[in-house]
Design a protein around this ligand. Sequence first.
Ligand SMILES: *[C@@H]1O[C@H](CO)[C@@H](O)[C@H](O)[C@H]1NC(C)=O
Ligand SMILES: *[C@@H]1O[C@H](CO)[C@@H](O)[C@H](O)[C@H]1NC(C)=O
Ligand SMILES: *[C@@H]1O[C@H](CO)[C@@H](O)[C@H](O)[C@H]1NC(C)=O
Ligand SMILES: *[C@@H]1O[C@H](CO)[C@@H](O)[C@H](O)[C@H]1NC(C)=O
Ligand SMILES: *[C@@H]1O[C@H](CO)[C@@H](O)[C@H](O)[C@H]1NC(C)=O
Ligand SMILES: *[C@@H]1O[C@H](CO)[C@@H](O)[C@H](O)[C@H]1NC(C)=O
Ligand SMILES: *[C@@H]1O[C@H](CO)[C@@H](O)[C@H](O)[C@H]1NC(C)=O
Ligand SMILES: *[C@@H]1O[C@H](CO)[C@@H](O)[C@H](O)[C@H]1NC(C)=O
Length: 248
Amino acid sequence: MERGWILLVAAVGVYVASGVQGIPNLSFSNNTQVNISKNGCGVTKLCVQTPANCDPAGNTSCLFASVISSTPVAPNGSAMSFQLRGESVGYIALGLTVNASQGTTMLFICAQNSSNNGSFFFQTMDQNNTNGVLTPTDRITTEIRGIVNRNVIKCEFNVPNVNASKTRITSPTTFSLLLGTGTITGNVLGPFNISLNSGLLNLANPASNVPTTAPPTVHTTASSSGAVQPHAMLLLLSVLTLHVLLRA
Ligand SMILES: *[C@@H]1O[C@H](CO)[C@@H](O)[C@H](O)[C@H]1NC(C)=O
Ligand SMILES: *[C@@H]1O[C@H](CO)[C@@H](O)[C@H](O)[C@H]1NC(C)=O
Ligand SMILES: *[C@@H]1O[C@H](CO)[C@@H](O)[C@H](O)[C@H]1NC(C)=O
Ligand SMILES: *[C@@H]1O[C@H](CO)[C@@H](O)[C@H](O)[C@H]1NC(C)=O
Ligand SMILES: *[C@@H]1O[C@H](CO)[C@@H](O)[C@H](O)[C@H]1NC(C)=O
Ligand SMILES: *[C@@H]1O[C@H](CO)[C@@H](O)[C@H](O)[C@H]1NC(C)=O
Ligand SMILES: *[C@@H]1O[C@H](CO)[C@@H](O)[C@H](O)[C@H]1NC(C)=O
Ligand SMILES: *[C@@H]1O[C@H](CO)[C@@H](O)[C@H](O)[C@H]1NC(C)=O
């Protein structure tokens, strides 16, 4: 008895002054697949997961996310394509922040509505990193697809214009990726409980957290400043791009 719903959203781009998110153009269809695996991790997509090396396609607990980022083009930044998979009877979320202990985190939340048979829903929030308060926000997100099967939530979504430099002078694709979960009581999202903080990573480089020395920690800051880890043309190209952007 798989209870899955797919949410197809053409575009969430409506600004609502009250801060309550409008989700236009919902359509539901059954039996759509959301396939999330480690295929391509470190090569075509950047992956993070907890516990370490867990398999999102397996049957043990695994909170997993992947991102594919286009080369940033000013002024809009990068288009990013995300996958997220984890276990929760409330929500799982992916956060993008430049510093998890100050400023804000852009949260992308995939959740199940327990008062509606565990149907899938998606929401964007901003978290105040100082006090953890979540505020609904209307961040443009497209091609949202999600499915819930018992406590397993899987979702995919695109964010067309991401630019870290709007909050500081640095690479527009360098963020810390946060993964975590939270509860939902009624319609109220509980606090974002962070299980993984990747430390700063260049999201445009799928191999930016492939350990040459140590697993990703806050010390991976070096990769954001274009530090050379000579692997592939791909990396060199992205570093070159960064230099161009930083000098622009
Ligand atoms: C997902 O995987 C199933 C089985 O492996 C496959 O039949 C299906 O085409 C895949 N769907 C997508 C969207 O990749
Ligand atoms: C989990 O997967 C393994 C290998 O794929 C299989 O042997 C095992 O029976 C599965 N366990 C459950 C509870 O489905
Ligand atoms: C990112 O935002 C900054 C500040 O708004 C802007 O100067 C820069 O051109 C943007 N970069 C990209 C790649 O969009
Ligand atoms: C930047 O975003 C604006 C508004 O969404 C859009 O009209 C414009 O075409 C975008 N520019 C590029 C280079 O993608
Ligand atoms: C993050 O913010 C904390 C607290 O404001 C500060 O001490 C720390 O240096 C910042 N880290 C980075 C990498 O900017
Ligand atoms: C919830 O699921 C049950 C059994 O799967 C079904 O009978 C019921 O109609 C569903 N309710 C809603 C609101 O979808
Ligand atoms: C975050 O919360 C702190 C403490 O309540 C507050 O001082 C700060 O202004 C808030 N930041 C934002 C961006 O709302
Ligand atoms: C936060 O998540 C951890 C597991 O990652 C769990 O042990 C802990 O109880 C959670 N805390 C809250 C307040 O939900």
